[in-house]
Design a protein around this ligand. Sequence first.
Ligand code: IPD
Ligand code: CA
Ligand code: CA
Length: 264
Amino acid sequence: MSTQTALLKVMSDAARKAARGLNRDFGELNELQVSKKGAADFVSAADLKAEQTIFEALEKARPGYSFLGEERGLIEGTDKTHTWIVDPLDGTTNFLHAIPHFAINIALQREGAIVAAVTYNPVTNELFWAEKGKGCFVNDKRLRVAARTRLDESVIGTGIPFLGHGQHAKFLKELHQISQRVAGVRRFGAAALDLAYVAAGRLDGFWERDLGAWDIAAGHLLITEAGGKVTTIEGEENVLETGSICTANLELHPLLIERLKAAA
Ligand code: IPD
Ligand code: CA
Ligand code: CA
């Protein structure tokens, strides 16, 4: 039941290959062998290297597919019906600060629909994966979204806008609506893992604005295959295009949307 198809194996191998480099670089940062001043450059080099590793591995296995990476943008292939959507390092700020919580995110889009997803946490060695219609897994364990149906029992993840990024006043209104009604709010700093955690039932829900398609594409499929619902904060379908996301199980989702609407 948890056997990966050839496609998923290609994606998992690419993620694990890039992870080996990232783990080495993370180790160096951790040992403070990189000066504080040089750290940001070091991390962006690590990021670029990881994207190149993933690009080469995917291109070798599936020549001609298009590739949308956070670092290099869109590289059009001869096959325009297939596009890899990749964030080689999600959680860059954590990585830079030696916080061991980051991920590699790879999704495959076929004719507009996300059909396969891999989110890999190299520190915990958790590989979250899903293929359309075939369920969602972490390593070889099947995943389901959490069953909690009440906000007052739920732990909800989010992303907080930061320097030069996002809508700060709007976020505070949304937080005000949510935080007073839930058991807890978490900001872990890697949206790809937040979404994988919703799929795994660790987080009961999640919302964030201003994300990139590479942050969301894999997690969107992980969550729907784990039985959850994914829309924009406005309750619409165009999540990848808008970068706005609200997700939870089917019962909790409308309650979150209602609270977020009250903040508008
Ligand atoms: C960021 C992380 C973070 C989210 C930001 C993203 P990056 O991605 O996912 O959790 O709040 O909006 O940009 O820059 O670390 O790949
Ligand atoms: Ca990201
Ligand atoms: Ca990134």
